[in-house]
Design a binder for this molecule. Structure first.
Ligand SMILES: NC(=O)c1ccc[n+]([C@@H]2O[C@H](COP(=O)([O-])OP(=O)(O)OC[C@H]3O[C@@H](n4cnc5c(N)ncnc54)[C@H](OP(=O)(O)O)[C@@H]3O)[C@@H](O)[C@H]2O)c1
Length: 296
């Protein structure tokens, strides 16, 4: 039995599709969903659904009964008071379930930055989550992407209406990227493979070595219209998050994350591409995902 968290999210939804597409995929999948009505009819027909949040110990316990494999993702939650507290609130129930029930393998979404990132807000909290999970002794793979290409989707309107997107990264420095489709494909492959053991990171670094300006050039070419990138400071980024309803703690985490990314460079040029696990080029992603979103 495989349990999938965040089955309506960008990554979880695609993980589930891969699992359902697998030859014996419709056997033994259970999802945890706060609102089961948001699941597709295909999913509702073929998987068991445990309603609720995977931060709720009783829900997680029920979902993991008899399960040996788990896809784990802590959802980004701007309303959370504290970044560390948010990750802890999800990870503690998981540690209990691993200790008491038969979950043998966990595939979790984490981030690049291990051993380098310091005071890096959401990134540090994610890396601490890995350590807490690993300390249980469960077989664990931490999927470690850099900047998600899908981050640009939230700016589709600005790209469409003003020909600009905003990034807090330096315009001319390489920012490594990854498409969520590659995270999902890797997660599904690991969930379907019962042979791996131990604990390890799985870096997921796309083939491009583009700076934000290089990304803007490709977006312009794909959309066939001029698109620029404008750098925002960490203070602006924080203020924007607050304006959109983030808590003080979450907004501060984002600001710390951005400063750490710029100062410590762990999403940058030094990270080698991992073509096998993250083959999607930024241009391909723009054609397949960004262009339809901008033109919608
Ligand atoms: N952005 C980046 O550049 C970056 C880089 C590295 C790593 N990451 C990691 O990548 C992951 C992003 O995942 P994603 O894009 O799939 O996220 P997403 O699309 O926001 O999906 C998260 C899902 O979680 C569910 N959810 C929200 N709050 C919840 C709660 N309190 N309890 C239970 N479920 C809840 C939501 O579904 P419902 O509303 O239907 O419940 C939502 O569909 C994060 O873990 C992030 O740390 C991001």
């Amino acid at each position: 039995m495989i349990v999938v968290t965040t089955p309506t999210g960008q990554i979880g939804r695609q993980v589930l599709d891969h699992l359902l597409d697998a030859p014996d995929g419709t056997a033994g999948i259970r999802v945890i969903a706060r609102d089961p009505a948001r699941l597709s009819p295909r999913v509702r027909e073929h998987v068991e659904v445990v309603p609720g949040s995977h931060a709720d110990p009783a829900v997680l316990k029920e979902a993991c009964a008899g399960a040996d494999r788990l896809f784990w993702l802590v959802p980004p939650t701007p309303s959370a008071d504290s970044v560390e507290g948010h990750f802890r609130d999800f990870t503690e129930p998981l540690r209990e379930v691993i200790g008491r029930q038969g979950v043998e393998r966990v595939v979790g979404v984490s981030t690049l930055g291990r051993g380098v990132a310091k005071n890096a807000g959401q990134i540090s909290a994610s890396l601490a989550m890995d350590e807490a999970i690993a300390a249980t002794g469960v077989h664990y793979r931490a999927l470690c992407p850099p900047f998600l290409m899908e981050n640009l989707l939230g700016q589709a309107e600005s790209i469409r209406n003003a020909g600009v997107f905003f990034l807090a990264a330096e315009e001319d420095r390489v920012l490594r990227t990854c498409a969520t489709r590659d995270i999902a494909a890797t997660a599904a492959r690991l969930l379907l493979d019962g042979s791996w053991t131990g604990q390890d990171d799985v870096p997921l670094v796309g083939p491009d070595d583009l700076s934000p300006e290089g990304m803007a050039r490709i977006v312009s070419e794909v959309l066939d219209r001029p698109v620029h990138v404008q750098r925002t400071s960490s203070a602006d980024y924080r203020a924007t998050a607050l304006r959109f309803g983030a808590s003080e703690g979450w907004a501060q985490g984002l600001s710390d994350m951005v400063e750490a990314l710029n100062d410590q460079g762990f999403y940058g040029a030094v990270e080698p591409s991992t073509l096998e696990s993250a083959p999607t080029r930024f241009r391909q992603w723009c054609e397949d995902v960004l262009r339809p979103a901008v033109l919608a």
